[in-house]
Design a binder for this molecule. Structure first.
Ligand SMILES: Nc1ncnc2c1ncn2[C@@H]1O[C@H](COP(=O)(O)OP(=O)(O)OP(=O)(O)O)[C@@H](O)[C@H]1O
Ligand SMILES: [Mg+2]
Length: 252
């Protein structure tokens, strides 16, 4: 039996009359990179927003490590070990890299623990911050103000902030969006390093990146799962070629 870290059961999200996520049942295996692809408006970001608690589902359930996390608020889900990055960069531009990651590391601490916040505790936040900066490749930029960094570095910092919460599962919404090819390669390398000891759910439009890094792929179209399987299965799927990959190739 596969070791499933996250599972959705008939998950749906309606916005008025629009069904953005429609009856999605998926299992994500521990330790894998599972990419979610699909055309604009397919419901990929909405699905991530449901998994992270940023949106409440209209129907269905989400299980993380066997626990029902449906409708828990985002900070609880983050504290349980699910980290996320956003499609649009979400950093404090006037803060340094260190400060941005510090805020994220601090957020992992349950507020009910604040009366016990001893020096020992603060040290662990600093250590976690430094570890996150090292992992995301920004140790040398620790004191740089975020607004003074390149767009690619800012996206790296966002990943660093997610790592500062010490997640087990990373939800990444288009981490390569808007990057030049050198910056993309750096972030792909970073994702590869993270994949060694994390589970990744990755939304990405860059098909070369997806095919090179993913273990499994899910294709969404109009809120539904069109197909899910290994990279080979998806490459060879007639339905996917017609509905998505074929369209992309025609458009080039
Ligand atoms: N807060 C919202 N209110 C109303 N409609 C929304 C909201 N968020 C998303 N939608 C709609 O839900 C559908 C799915 O959007 P979503 O952002 O999940 O797509 P996506 O697959 O991430 O697309 P993209 O590749 O462009 O990022 C779209 O039709 C979108 O307009
Ligand atoms: Mg999106």
């Amino acid at each position: 039996m596969a070791d499933v870290i996250l599972k959705t059961d008939r998950l749906s999200k309606n916005f008025g009359g629009l069904i953005a996520v429609n009856n999605v049942t998926l299992a994500f295996e521990r330790g894998q990179v599972h990419a979610i692809i699909g055309p604009n408006g397919a419901g990929k970001t909405t699905l991530i927003n449901l998994l992270s608690g940023d949106l409440l589902p209209s129907d269905g359930a989400i299980l993380f490590n066997g626990r029902n996390i449906t409708s828990l608020p985002p900070h609880k889900i983050s504290q349980m070990g699910i980290g996320r990055s956003y499609q649009k960069t979400n950093i404090f531009t006037e803060f340094s890299c260190f400060e941005n990651c510090w805020v994220a590391a601090q957020s992992r601490i349950n507020t009910s623990m604040r009366f016990f916040r001893a020096a020992r505790h603060l040290k662990s936040v600093a250590e976690r911050t430094e570890k996150a900066l090292e992992l995301c490749g920004l140790s040398q930029r620790s004191d740089s103000r975020a607004s003074a960094m390149s767009y690619g570095e800012q996206r790296q910092l966002e990943i660093g902030m997610m790592l500062a919460t010490e997640p087990e599962l990373l939800l990444l919404d288009e981490p390569l969006a808007g990057m030049g090819s050198d910056e993309s390669l750096q972030v792909i390398e970073l994702l590869r390093r993270l994949a060694v000891d994390h589970t990744l759910i990755l939304i990405e439009h860059d098909m070369d990146a997806v095919f090179s890094i993913a273990d499994r792929l899910t294709v969404m179209v109009n809120g539904r799962v069109l197909e899910t399987g290994t990279v080979e299965q998806i490459r060879n799927s007639q339905a996917v070629q017609e509905a998505y990959l074929g369209v992309e190739e025609d458009a080039v």
